[in-house]
Ligand binder design. Structure first.
Ligand SMILES: Nc1ncnc2c1ncn2[C@@H]1O[C@H](COP(=O)(O)OP(=O)(O)OP(=O)(O)O)[C@@H](O)[C@H]1O
Length: 242
């Protein structure tokens, strides 16, 4: 399979209402796609189907077996220390312990390997969740609003970290987010879900490092906010950037 993800004619309904209604989507290996959409448009449903946490009513789903999910909240096991959380479900032994410690080092938490999750800040706990996802060497990394619960500064740092680690390890990524700037900063491609369909699927043609003041960034932000039904937000954001 040359692509990491292939969806065709995907349909999912709840109580007779189609939340996803004929989604076709292909994601290349190593490609980073951000999926935007207003609340309740089915973004998480799509992610859950890719993660095999839900099944479509119709359509085909081709995904790699090696896939991991990071949710909005870190979901660490409080009774296990940080390193043990990273290694949950993996075969134990010196090699996996070393791999787990390396993953913690990548997210800047090597010194917290023996800490209890309850002693970590929200941002640190989310970095442990990221290490736990990456240590499994996923071909597909599913990120469901992983930064939404973080304060603004931690969110920016975490976005940088995720961008850096994804460029290093090259999983295909689906990032579900409400945040247009986050999508444009990180993704190779942005898609917008509305009324069960993808109403936009566009390559991000903004030079890196991505700067919100770049005219291409601002223009794409405007198109996306327009798709999301809040064109007025673009004007106020641009006022804030200038
Ligand atoms: N298991 C379920 N049973 C019934 N309805 C569901 C179920 N899961 C999701 N839905 C409905 O499907 C719709 C889409 O939900 P989903 O969580 O995928 O949206 P979303 O775009 O991720 O929203 P948000 O951005 O608010 O997280 C919502 O109307 C939701 O109530």
């Amino acid at each position: 399979m040359t692509s990491a993800v292939q969806l065709a004619g995907l349909r999912r309904e709840f109580n007779g209402r189609a939340v996803l209604d004929g989604i076709d989507l292909e994601l290349a290996r190593g490609e980073f796609l951000a999926l935007l959409g207003a609340s309740g448009t089915g973004k998480t449903t799509l992610l859950r189907i890719l993660g095999a946490l839900d099944r479509p009513d119709a359509g085909t789903v081709l995904v790699p077996r090696a896939r991991t999910i990071v949710f909005q909240e870190p979901r660490l096991v409080p009774s296990k220390r940080v390193l043990a959380n990273v290694l949950i479900g993996l075969e134990r032994g010196p090699q996996s312990e070393l791999t787990g410690r390396r993953a913690l080092a990548e997210v800047g938490l090597e010194r917290h390997a023996d800490a209890w999750p309850g002693t970590l800040s929200g941002g640190e706990a989310q970095r442990v969740a990221l290490a736990r996802a990456l240590v499994r060497k996923p071909e597909l990394l599913l990120l469901d609003e992983p930064f939404a619960a973080l304060d603004a500064l931690t969110r920016l740092r975490m976005q940088d970290l995720v961008g850096e680690l994804c460029r290093k390890h090259r999983p295909a990524v689906l990032l579900v987010t409400h945040d247009v700037d986050e999508a444009v900063r990180l993704a190779d491609r942005v898609a917008v879900l509305r009324e069960g369909r993808l109403v936009r699927d566009e390559r991000v043609a903004v030079a890196r490092p991505r700067d919100p003041a770049d005219p291409d960034f601002a223009a794409l932000r405007r198109r996306l906010l327009n798709d999301l039904g809040v064109p007025s937000a673009a004007a106020s954001l641009e006022g804030a950037v200038e």
